[in-house]
Design a binder for this molecule. Structure first.
Ligand code: SF4
Length: 128
Protein backbone atom coordinates (compact mmCIF):
# COMPACT_ATOMS: atom_id res chain seq x y z
CA UNK A 1 0.00 0.00 0.00
CA UNK A 2 1.48 3.37 -0.96
CA UNK A 3 -0.05 6.59 0.44
CA UNK A 4 -2.44 5.54 3.17
CA UNK A 5 -5.96 6.25 1.82
CA UNK A 6 -7.21 6.51 5.40
CA UNK A 7 -4.69 9.12 6.53
CA UNK A 8 -7.41 11.65 7.42
CA UNK A 9 -8.73 9.36 10.13
CA UNK A 10 -5.27 8.34 11.37
CA UNK A 11 -3.31 11.60 11.38
CA UNK A 12 -3.88 14.92 13.07
CA UNK A 13 -4.29 18.03 10.98
CA UNK A 14 -1.13 19.88 11.95
CA UNK A 15 -1.31 23.03 9.88
CA UNK A 16 -1.95 24.67 6.56
CA UNK A 17 0.33 25.52 3.66
CA UNK A 18 -0.72 27.79 0.79
CA UNK A 19 -4.39 26.82 0.32
CA UNK A 20 -4.31 23.26 1.66
CA UNK A 21 -4.21 21.41 4.95
CA UNK A 22 -1.16 19.52 6.20
CA UNK A 23 -1.56 16.24 8.08
CA UNK A 24 0.79 14.42 10.41
CA UNK A 25 3.84 16.70 10.35
CA UNK A 26 6.59 15.33 12.62
CA UNK A 27 4.48 12.26 13.44
CA UNK A 28 6.29 8.95 12.96
CA UNK A 29 4.08 6.49 11.09
CA UNK A 30 4.41 3.27 9.11
CA UNK A 31 5.26 3.94 5.46
CA UNK A 32 5.20 1.37 2.65
CA UNK A 33 8.35 2.24 0.72
CA UNK A 34 7.57 -0.22 -2.08
CA UNK A 35 10.97 -0.58 -3.71
CA UNK A 36 12.26 2.90 -2.91
CA UNK A 37 13.52 2.16 0.60
CA UNK A 38 16.94 3.78 0.25
CA UNK A 39 15.66 7.11 -1.08
CA UNK A 40 12.70 7.36 1.27
CA UNK A 41 14.69 6.37 4.37
CA UNK A 42 17.36 8.93 3.48
CA UNK A 43 14.69 11.62 3.10
CA UNK A 44 13.17 10.83 6.49
CA UNK A 45 16.56 10.68 8.20
CA UNK A 46 17.46 14.07 6.77
CA UNK A 47 14.14 15.92 7.12
CA UNK A 48 12.09 13.96 9.66
CA UNK A 49 8.49 13.08 8.96
CA UNK A 50 6.94 15.78 6.77
CA UNK A 51 3.42 14.35 6.64
CA UNK A 52 0.81 14.65 3.91
CA UNK A 53 -0.10 17.85 2.07
CA UNK A 54 -3.62 18.31 0.75
CA UNK A 55 -7.11 16.97 1.31
CA UNK A 56 -8.48 16.79 -2.27
CA UNK A 57 -5.12 16.26 -3.96
CA UNK A 58 -3.09 14.53 -1.27
CA UNK A 59 0.70 14.17 -1.62
CA UNK A 60 2.57 12.08 0.92
CA UNK A 61 5.72 14.16 1.34
CA UNK A 62 7.48 11.25 3.01
CA UNK A 63 6.91 9.05 -0.05
CA UNK A 64 7.71 11.83 -2.55
CA UNK A 65 11.20 11.30 -4.02
CA UNK A 66 11.11 14.42 -6.20
CA UNK A 67 10.66 12.40 -9.37
CA UNK A 68 8.67 15.28 -10.89
CA UNK A 69 6.42 13.27 -13.22
CA UNK A 70 3.23 14.60 -11.65
CA UNK A 71 3.94 18.29 -12.27
CA UNK A 72 3.85 18.57 -16.07
CA UNK A 73 1.20 15.87 -16.50
CA UNK A 74 -1.41 17.92 -14.63
CA UNK A 75 -3.61 19.77 -17.16
CA UNK A 76 -4.49 22.52 -14.68
CA UNK A 77 -1.10 23.03 -13.00
CA UNK A 78 -2.11 21.98 -9.51
CA UNK A 79 1.50 21.25 -8.49
CA UNK A 80 4.57 23.39 -7.93
CA UNK A 81 7.94 22.51 -6.41
CA UNK A 82 7.77 23.57 -2.78
CA UNK A 83 11.30 24.98 -2.88
CA UNK A 84 10.83 26.57 -6.32
CA UNK A 85 7.50 28.43 -6.20
CA UNK A 86 6.13 29.02 -9.69
CA UNK A 87 8.00 26.07 -11.20
CA UNK A 88 5.85 23.18 -12.47
CA UNK A 89 8.44 21.52 -14.70
CA UNK A 90 9.49 17.90 -14.26
CA UNK A 91 13.13 18.64 -13.61
CA UNK A 92 12.69 21.99 -11.90
CA UNK A 93 13.35 20.76 -8.38
CA UNK A 94 15.86 22.66 -6.29
CA UNK A 95 17.41 19.47 -4.96
CA UNK A 96 16.55 15.89 -4.04
CA UNK A 97 14.70 17.00 -0.92
CA UNK A 98 12.23 19.11 -2.91
CA UNK A 99 8.55 18.06 -2.97
CA UNK A 100 5.64 18.38 -5.38
CA UNK A 101 3.21 20.62 -3.57
CA UNK A 102 -0.52 20.60 -4.47
CA UNK A 103 -0.85 24.37 -4.13
CA UNK A 104 -3.97 24.62 -6.33
CA UNK A 105 -5.83 21.49 -5.26
CA UNK A 106 -9.17 23.31 -5.67
CA UNK A 107 -8.50 23.46 -9.44
CA UNK A 108 -8.26 19.64 -9.79
CA UNK A 109 -10.48 18.22 -12.55
CA UNK A 110 -9.98 14.62 -11.37
CA UNK A 111 -8.26 13.28 -14.48
CA UNK A 112 -6.16 11.00 -12.21
CA UNK A 113 -3.04 11.43 -14.34
CA UNK A 114 -0.86 12.36 -11.37
CA UNK A 115 -1.87 9.26 -9.43
CA UNK A 116 -0.96 7.12 -12.43
CA UNK A 117 2.52 8.53 -13.09
CA UNK A 118 3.86 8.81 -9.55
CA UNK A 119 6.51 6.06 -9.16
CA UNK A 120 6.04 5.74 -5.40
CA UNK A 121 2.24 6.17 -5.53
CA UNK A 122 2.53 9.12 -3.19
CA UNK A 123 -0.59 10.86 -4.55
CA UNK A 124 -4.24 10.15 -3.79
CA UNK A 125 -7.14 12.08 -5.31
CA UNK A 126 -10.37 12.52 -3.36
CA UNK A 127 -13.22 13.53 -5.61
CA UNK A 128 -15.93 15.31 -3.59
S1 SF4 B 1 -6.07 14.38 -10.87
FE1 SF4 B 1 -5.47 15.43 -12.79
S2 SF4 B 1 -6.18 17.54 -12.50
FE2 SF4 B 1 -6.13 16.60 -10.47
S3 SF4 B 1 -4.10 17.12 -9.63
FE3 SF4 B 1 -3.94 15.10 -10.61
S4 SF4 B 1 -3.22 15.54 -12.71
FE4 SF4 B 1 -4.03 17.48 -11.86
Amino acid sequence: MPIDPDYKSKLQKTGTHTAHDVWGEKAERPIDMAGYEAQIKANIERDGYLGIHGSVVAVDFDLCIADGACLPVCPVAVFEWIKKPGDSTKDGKLDESDKSDPIREADCIFCMACETVCPTVAIKIYQP
